[in-house]
Unconditional design. Structure first.
Length: 337
């Protein structure tokens, strides 16, 4: 089968930052599906892993990355019960296994959902990773519910990005929150409004912008940009007994002591935790993806696709990574095979 990978962590402009090659089609294990991939999406995790996983070495065989795919089930393992050959599926993958930048991929059925019927393959491909991340951070980490939290305020730092775009929709339409999203350019401000944000504030002057919007403090904060850079700002803006959650990691220790006087909770979210550790509730990602597919088919949620490239080629992967590395991407990028 055809695949795209890399042997060393070159800058994206290097001709060999991605290479096309032929490799053996994988064979599904007991709980695996073999999926023929029709479209993929590219996320910041892709370029971060490309930049770091082969920094000072040359791999014997190219590493295949990619975590978002749509395709058709071609074969199933002996213990598979959730899907059959011919089923259209979508998923975000497992960071410990071979990625989706290839014609075929094996994937554990417990982290796979049914493809939304009303969406094209490229519209569907951009959803899984960001929807799972946003769903888990809102409903599993902070444990927001419409019953107890409807009308409360949430600040989403990085509203126009992939996760921010779907998090705005979930926070507004499912949880019933008042959504404040950050953006600074006219096109990103408009995008956030289209996703359902009630207020869009300038991340460059975040405290004053939030207060000018009428909020002295907010109930919840989601950080999708940089925990360290926004830490003191989040500490200032969060309400007493509020909750902050982040997906971005931290190059330096986070000073949790600054949350003590307000009794504020803090959570990390990593979408890969369930698959990486084979948690007892790993099948929840299957359930979430199916719920999201229903919400998309019912028109409650909408795709966050903004750019489509055509063809599984090294050049298209380079272009997608270059766009993401610019830090100015709006919504999501899909590559249609």
């Amino acid at each position: 089968m055809k695949a795209i990978g890399f042997k060393t962590s070159f800058p994206i402009e290097n001709p060999e930052s991605f290479i096309e090659f032929e490799t053996v089609k994988p064979v599904p294990g007991a709980h695996d599906l073999l999926v023929k991939i029709d479209a993929i999406s590219v996320n910041p995790v892709d370029f971060k892993i490309r930049q770091s996983s082969a920094k000072e070495t040359v791999l014997d065989t190219p590493k295949i990355i990619g975590w978002d795919a749509v395709g058709i089930v071609q074969a199933v393992g002996q213990d598979v019960t959730l899907f059959e050959v011919g089923d259209p599926v979508y998923y975000a993958g497992d960071i410990t296994k071979q990625g989706s930048n290839a014609e075929y991929q094996i994937i554990d059925e417990r982290i796979v959902g049914r493809k939304p019927k009303s969406l094209s393959i490229e519209e569907s491909a951009v959803i899984p990773l960001t929807a799972l991340t946003a769903w888990e951070i809102l409903f599993d980490r902070i444990r927001i519910s419409a019953d107890k939290d409807k009308g409360k305020s949430i600040l989403i730092i990085g509203g126009a990005g992939g996760v921010g775009s779907i998090a705005i929709q979930l926070a507004k339409k499912i949880a019933g929150l008042t959504v404040i999203a950050t953006a600074s350019r006219p096109e990103t401000i408009e995008w956030c409004k289209q996703q359902g944000a009630d207020f869009v504030v300038d991340h460059k002057n975040l405290i004053s912008s939030v207060r000018e919007a009428g909020f002295e403090h907010v109930d919840f904060i989601l950080d999708f940009v940089d925990t360290n850079a926004y830490w003191d700002t989040m500490v200032e803006l969060i309400k007493p007994q509020g909750h902050i959650a982040s997906i971005t990691g931290s190059a330096e220790p986070v000073v949790l002591n600054k949350l003590k006087s307000k009794s504020v909770s803090f959570s990390w979210e990593l979408m890969y935790t369930r698959s990486m550790y084979q948690t007892e509730d790993m099948i929840e990602q299957h359930n979430i993806l199916n719920i999201v597919a229903d919400l998309l088919d019912d028109g409650i949620l909408k795709t966050t696709l903004n750019t489509t490239l055509n063809g599984l080629t090294a050049e298209n992967l380079k272009k997608a990574h270059e766009l993401l590395e610019s830090g100015k991407t709006i919504g999501k990028i899909a590559i249609k095979f």
